[in-house]
Design a binder for this molecule. Structure first.
Ligand SMILES: N[C@@H](CCC(=O)N[C@@H](CSS)C(=O)NCC(=O)O)C(=O)O
Ligand SMILES: [Fe+2]
Length: 240
């Protein structure tokens, strides 16, 4: 594995977590240099919420945000359960998704945790309102930057039809929401060179996407309605 794969700033704590039934990656990020050690989870899954809460506790972090890249079709987001189990957690999704959450983000917004932040980029196509969260640019921010692409860009694949991710620097690390091939991280440069779909001309790409013949996601009829209200809620959440 290249040394760039897990490079972070000294203050960023980063963990890549996996939910096997939906092959989903959840990412934990925290600012460990801040006195509160504020933390966030990107794309939590309902089934693995207890694992994630245990890890947050073990690491002495304060979970403040449960962030979604998009309205998932293959699993229920963990946002609702996290809100009911961890006081103070706020769910986040893009405004363009039309889903419910505590906070809505738009392209260009910054999600601040301690002295670190994630920048929101619009990367629609896989779903309306699909966004990519990119680590901040500037002093104290991790280098190389890390892009949490949801299903917009998968490693050597994609779940989408148009993209804005390749405008990022080539060494930007790519952390997708799913992997079906055993990969865990890539870079913008690698995907520009080797992604078997995104290196093709438009006609070939359209042809590939039109002939994927993917099966109907097993959870879609449960996951989409639940995720439109940010997941299963164990208790009524308090009004903001
Ligand atoms: N078999 C799975 C669903 C797999 C699937 O459709 N994955 C989506 C991302 S989750 S919405 C996708 O875009 N895949 C792209 C690809 O190339 O596989 C299930 O039944 O849940
Ligand atoms: Fe998806």
């Amino acid at each position: 594995m290249g040394s760039a794969a897990y490079t972070t700033s000294s203050r960023l704590l980063f963990r890549q977590l996996f939910e096997k039934d939906s092959s989903t990656y959840t990412y934990l990020l925290a600012d460990t240099s801040h006195p509160d050690k504020p933390a966030l989870l990107v794309d939590p899954v309902d089934k693995t919420v207890d694992r994630d809460i245990s890890l947050v506790k073990e690491l002495g972090l304060k979970l403040i945000y449960a962030i979604n890249t998009h309205v998932h079709a293959d699993h229920v987001t963990g946002s609702g359960l996290l809100k009911s189990k961890v006081p103070g957690v706020k769910s986040i999704i893009s405004k363009a998704s039309n889903a419910k959450a505590d906070l809505f983000v738009e392209p260009g917004d910054k999600i601040i945790f301690g002295d670190l932040f994630l920048e929101v980029r619009a990367t629609p196509g896989h779903t309306v309102g699909c966004v990519t969260y990119v680590t901040g640019d500037g002093p104290n921010q991790p280098q190389p930057r890390m892009a949490f692409t949801g299903d917009t860009l998968l490693i050597r694949g994609c779940g989408r039809t148009d993209f804005q991710i390749f405008s990022l620097p080539k060494d930007t690390l790519i952390y997708p929401a799913h992997d079906y091939k055993g990969f865990s991280v890539s870079t913008v440069g690698e995907e520009m060179q080797y992604n078997p779909r995104l290196t093709k001309d438009e006609e070939t790409f359209k042809n590939i996407m039109a002939n994927l013949n993917l099966s109907y996601p097993k959870m879609i009829d449960i996951a989409v309605p639940a995720n439109m209200v940010c997941g299963l809620q164990e208790v009524e959440s308090k009004a903001l």
